[in-house]
Ligand binder design. Structure first.
Ligand code: G
Ligand code: G
Ligand code: MN
Ligand code: NA
Length: 254
């Protein structure tokens, strides 16, 4: 089976979809946005998760085309929700390393916003530490160009990679997402709780938004409220879901 060919045909045939996982603000206890997570509805195999195809797409370069589809689809969906009368929702998009290293990334992204009419201020681009630390000079140029468009920048899986803390202040970053491996055991492991608490305190004192990922239990959410964490995301609040279910969840809380 030629996976790369199947991916390309799948894109042409409309087999990809975005699912949306709620991001909850801990002050209002309301959904304020979503992370868009790609899914492939293969006609024979069924639902395929990104772990099965993202790294191949990255190796072959197909991720560039797929990444543009993801942003275009997220723009279309965000505007559709707004037209349905939902409150303005921030949509977070995962970027791949290859996408982030494109010379003309900000122009490509600007063209997608212009083409769809979506407001860049409603979008967050998630980057990982390894992506931003690869070549810090060119990272800084790219991040500045992206910030000029109006999008927000988030550092995803924070704490699992190697990022020099000095770059947290040099880079124009808006948000840290604490990796779920630090959140898993915060309710029973004091060391993990200490790490989460320290990351939150550091983020807040640098003026960054801080999001805890992988929250699966109420005890974890309660601890994070006490630590002044801004937002949470995880199965306890909602799994990644189809756009229509996400819209229902948002309307239900109005
Ligand atoms: O729900 P989950 O299985 O969706 O995601 C698995 C991994 O795939 C995560 O690391 C996530 O960041 C990545 N991923 C999900 N959607 C996208 C996407 O649209 N683009 C990229 N580059 N990665 C994605
Ligand atoms: O790598 P990234 O952080 O972009 O991907 C997020 C991944 O975490 C996705 O695969 C998503 O489905 C998954 N995820 C989201 N919430 C939870 C959770 O509460 N527990 C676990 N185990 N995974 C989660
Ligand atoms: Mn992510
Ligand atoms: Na993450």
């Amino acid at each position: 089976l030629n996976m790369e060919g199947a991916l390309r045909r799948g894109l042409e045939r409309g087999e990809f979809a975005l699912h949306y996982q709620p991001k909850i603000d801990l002050r209002s206890n309301k959904i304020v946005g979503a992370e868009a997570l790609i899914r492939w509805h293969h006609p024979q195999i069924g639902l395929i998760h990104p772990i099965e195809f993202i790294s191949l797409a990255e190796q072959t370069g197909f991720i560039l085309l797929l990444g543009e589809w993801v942003l275009t689809e997220a723009c279309r969906q965000q505007m559709a929700w707004q037209q349905q009368g939902l409150p303005s929702l921030k949509v977070a998009i995962n970027m791949s390393s290859r996408q982030f290293r494109q010379e003309d990334l900000s122009e490509r992204i600007a063209a997608i916003f212009a083409g769809t009419g979506a407001d860049p201020r409603n979008f967050i681009l998630e980057l990982t530490e390894s992506m931003v630390m690869q070549d810090v000079d060119s990272t800084l140029i790219t991040l500045r160009a992206l910030k000029n468009l109006g999008v927000a920048i988030s550092l995803d899986d924070f704490g699992t990679g190697y990022s020099s803390l000095s770059y947290l202040r040099k880079f124009p970053i808006d948000e840290l997402k604490i990796d779920k491996s630090f959140i898993n055991d915060i309710h029973e492991n004091p060391d993990d709780a200490a790490i989460a608490s320290a990351i939150i305190a550091m983020a807040l004192s640098l003026g960054l938004q801080v999001v805890a990922e992988g929250v699966e239990r109420k005890e974890q959410a309660d601890l994070l409220i006490g630590m002044r964490c801004n937002q949470v995301q995880g199965y306890y609040f909602g799994r990644p879901m189809e756009a229509a279910s996400f819209a229902k969840a948002v309307s239900a809380q109005q």
